[in-house]
Design a protein around this ligand. Structure first.
Ligand code: PAF
Length: 280
């Protein structure tokens, strides 16, 4: 497996692969890889000739300095893991390589997508995501790019960005992987204690309760009941919303297909995010 930190060298490799008619699958990550990431890599490997994974903890998408500082970094183990599954190449640039001085950062009006849910609690977060993903897309120019649905709003933002910028890249949204306990796999789980992991199960229990209640109550009623239930646990709720999967606007009285419950909560100082489709 090839490991690049340099954009020019990576692009030479990609040009060579493209000149041989190969399709490129791309999995952008911030490292601290878990089986959720590996499932994205497996999807890319099964759908494309060449799979490239980027590992870059993007400072511009963190609006909390402490969160950035504490984000797990396990580059050596990540590279080792990717090589054992025969990934083709890893791109692990430095901050200076990704963000040279005097570069122009992209300005894209994300409308409501940037203001709701994550946008409300992490102002500027999606500007940072759009900035880094558009730059990575420009460098790699993949045929398909793979993202996990655990970050439900991020998938909507990236799909919107790709359409808006007219990029010839297919965005593939992949299902959330869960531990047997139901806990959504996340790099941030590494920061949870054993007790924290147990407490964090309250997130999936609450989402499952929402799904159960959806057949008998309106979205507003489900939201109220699930918030009441959630508060019986020890996590601190940041938000719980039941949303239209396309616009991400909250649903009130009517259910629609694809209605999704999205939740963010703190387990100690670890911010956890999850979601579940309530109506198929
Ligand atoms: O989902 C993530 O890990 C990040 O937001 C991404 C897409 C790699 C951009 O930094």
């Amino acid at each position: 497996m090839k490991v690049y930190s340099d954009i020019i060298a990576l692009q030479e490799y990609i040009s060579l692969m493209k000149s041989e008619g190969k399709t490129i699958g791309f999995v952008p990550t911030m490292g601290a890889l878990h089986y959720g990431h590996i499932s994205l890599v497996s999807s890319a490997m099964s759908q494309c000739d060449i799979t490239i994974v980027s590992i870059f903890v993007n400072p511009t998408q963190f609006n909390n300095a402490d969160d950035l500082l504490k984000y797990p970094r396990t580059l050596e183990a990540d590279v080792e893991l990717l090589s054992t599954i025969n990934c083709d190449a890893v791109f692990a640039p430095s901050v200076e390589e990704m963000y040279p001085k005097n570069r122009d950062s992209i300005q894209l009006d994300l409308g409501n997508l940037a203001n709701l849910m994550e946008g409300q609690f992490r102002p500027g977060h999606f500007d940072g995501v759009v900035d880094v993903v558009s730059r990575l897309f420009e460098i790699v120019k993949p045929t398909k790019a793979f993202f996990g649905l655990k970050d439900f709003q991020q998938v909507s933002v990236i799909t919107f960005m790709t359409k808006k910028l007219n990029l010839p890249i297919e965005i593939i949204a992949c299902p959330t992987l869960r531990e047997d306990s139901g806990l959504a796999m996340s790099s941030r789980n590494m920061r949870l204690s054993e007790l924290g992991k147990k407490d964090a199960l309250h997130i999936y229990r609450s989402l499952s309760l929402a799904k159960e209640l959806a057949s008998n109550f309106s979205p507003t009623e489900v939201k109220e009941k699930v918030i009441t239930y959630f508060k019986e646990g020890s996590l601190e709720l940041e938000y719980l919303e039941i949303v239209n999967p396309t616009t991400l606007e909250s649903l009130n009285s009517e259910w629609i297909n694809g209605a999704t419950a999205c939740i963010v909560a703190y387990c100690g100082d670890v911010r956890l995010i999850d979601n579940l489709k309530l109506i198929d």
